[in-house]
Design a binder for this molecule. Structure first.
Ligand code: ATR
Length: 287
């Protein structure tokens, strides 16, 4: 970057957006690496999304993050998308290339990097169980399939949504062994599973609890939750009490931010213990 070039600006857009921790993460990295740039939180209503995406480069932005409810609509407005974004039909990271809007979905690599950091050998597992079939479940399913997990079971309340997820898996790899269950079948499902991932909003602050008995899981099983408020969900607490390895949702939030920062600011940032503590404090509401 030459001395006269303006400092790069990035954004996070959503509706609402006040709760986003992304500014805390990216501003920490800008400061840590001494990069003159900014990362701003911008509320964008669904009706204003297309105009914002058409105009952000003229406003001096190099790109940014997209969160709820814009991930699918932004995908549709991108001229170029990565394979991960195509697979999930949703984007969370945007940038410009040759005047064209480009989009990536970093949830898959974010989840994998987080789980790898927490439990080195997790992908040896023969069977994984995924709770949920929403947007987040799509990313987790793609992540598990990318590591070649032989058998995957989906548990979801709404059967037709679950069936859509099974269809997505079959579209990625017709040979993938995948089955759909209801919560009433959880016991059978968990038997022999090496990994359990919660992708539902159950167990999140102000949401209903996730009621599931972990007793059928084998002793070597790993339990991951993508919910990060609270930092340690009741699911993770129950897993820890049973002596199982766990992976908390905050790791995914931090790791999914890495590729965007690198694209906008030209430096691959590290997810450090210091960053983890900073964001954890904010989630706990500590000064
Ligand atoms: P996200 O994009 O975060 O995944 P979502 O697409 O709304 O959000 O998906 C939420 C997931 O949590 C879904 O699997 C949803 O189950 P349904 O498909 O049956 O709606 C699950 N979920 C939310 N509240 C739930 C509840 N009270 N009981 C069971 N599952 C619930």
């Amino acid at each position: 970057m030459n001395a006269s070039a303006p400092s790069p600006r990035a954004f996070v857009i959503g509706w609402p957006i006040a709760h986003s921790r992304s500014p805390l993460i990216h501003t920490y990295w800008l400061k840590t690496y001494g990069i003159a740039g900014s990362y701003e939180r911008i509320p964008v209503k669904p009706d204003d999304l297309a105009d914002f995406l058409r105009g952000f480069a003229q406003q001096g932005f190099v790109g940014g993050n997209v969160t709820l409810p814009h991930k699918e609509a932004a995908f549709a407005l991108c001229a170029k998308r990565t394979e991960a974004a195509e697979r999930l039909q949703a984007v969370n990271t945007l940038w410009m290339d040759g005047g064209q809007l480009c989009g990536d979905n970093t949830d898959v690599v974010g989840f994998l990097a987080s789980l790898d950091a927490d439990v080195a050998d997790w992908s040896q597992c023969e069977k994984a169980v995924v709770l949920g079939a929403g947007g987040a479940a799509r990313a987790i399913l793609a992540a598990l399939m990318s590591r070649g997990i032989p058998r995957i079971a989906i548990i979801n309340r709404n059967r037709s949504r679950g069936e859509e997820l099974v269809a997505l898996a079959k579209a990625i790899d017709p040979a993938q062994q995948i089955a759909l269950y209801g919560f009433e079948d959880a016991r059978t499902c968990l038997e022999g599973a090496g990994l359990l991932v919660n992708t539902t909003s159950l167990g999140m602050q102000n949401q209903p609890p996730l009621v599931i008995d972990l007793a059928p899981l084998p002793d070597h099983a790993v339990v991951a939750d993508i919910v990060y408020v609270p930092l340690e969900t009741d699911l993770l607490k129950a897993a820890r009490r049973r002596g199982l390895k766990t992976s908390a949702g905050l790791g995914m939030l931090l790791h999914q931010a890495v590729p965007g920062f690198e694209r906008w600011f030209g430096k691959r940032p590290e997810v450090t213990a210091e960053l983890y503590t900073l964001v954890a404090r904010d989630i706990r509401g500590e000064p």
